[in-house]
Design a protein around this ligand. Sequence first.
Ligand SMILES: [Zn+2]
Length: 414
Amino acid sequence: MNIAIDIDKDRLLSEIEELGSISEADPPVVTRIVFTPADLKARAWMEARCEEAGLTLREDAIGNTFARWNGSSSAAPVVGTGSHIDAIPNAGKYDGVVGVLGGLEAIRALQRSGFRPTHSIELLVFTSEEPTRFGIGCLGSRLLSGTLSPDVARKLTDKAGATVEEVRRQAGMLGELEQVKLPPSYHKAFVELHIEQGPLLEREKIPLGVVTEIAAPASFRITLEGAGGHAGGVLMLDRRDALCAAAELILAIENAARTSGAVDTVATVGICEVFPGAVNSIPSRVHLSVDIRDTDLQRRDAAIRSVEQASQAIAAQRQVTLHTELLNADAPARCAPEIIETLSESCRKYGFSFLPMVSRAYHDSLFMARIAPVAMLFIPCRNGYSHRPDEYASPEDIARGTLVLAETLAALSA
Ligand SMILES: [Zn+2]
């Protein structure tokens, strides 16, 4: 594009700080769980910023927010960008936010440059990318893409037993969830700017990552049930210790990833809850939360099957019962070659080097890929840290990512 794009770095950074201060915890800790007062306040603040920029706002029944800069061809498919502003407990201020406020600044910079889009450019702020409250990530984009049915979504509950249906209505989202799904022709392209959440860009000293594929996540909850008893009274031969069985299973899960034949297979047991949890009591029940991912669906599913086989063997040998509840098993996404090329071309125009890379974390783009051509742009984050208060991306990297995003949006919407 033959336009001069000037990113207002100071304004963008001060907005990131301001949004970071809307939190359930004291700064620098960001905690912003979906539909809590902090989340609702952050949404209102964000909508006000979009209105200042002259964008037309729309909110759907799950709270996905669309802020549109109308193109000259109003019927043409939309060029979308955006990310999320909800945050897990004890998080930082960049995850998601860089893509939302960077997306807004990219639009404002294009407005200032005199550029006028043919296709409308639309900023999308997704509801509940994080699974904290309802146990499933990307609630908003799953509904937008039809990956999750409204019936299933309505009945999801939080820890207090409140359903999505109740909570969203209390938050003022009164439409029908059936109307959230977007038609497949809605987007011409969708581009998400995000911090890498890994160490590669920093390690390689490359300022930008162009994502070519997004790994496929699966998560499930395993409950092992043995027999409790007094830690002194029950002799070892008579035990059916659920935690000892879980310990074997955790190592089997690690092994399933390590022996898959590819470095792209990763498996994690992030939660282990032990009942009754007393020093002198044999564990009778254990809940494990398991996360397995891969860029290759067959290999990911093979790892899951090998965990299932190990589970059965361990359960039989240790005489515990075992119940597995699959929470999600999503396919990986390949980014659209034409958007990858536009992003790459934008990097080259400014002389920025970039790394084609895999996104190992999943994002709303994983689900948007089912209804739209998508791609993602990564910027480095210090030490690869994310989902913690010391998460950090430098002003230069944020501005650079925003500039490349703006250039890309211009090229796609011209
Ligand atoms: Zn994120």
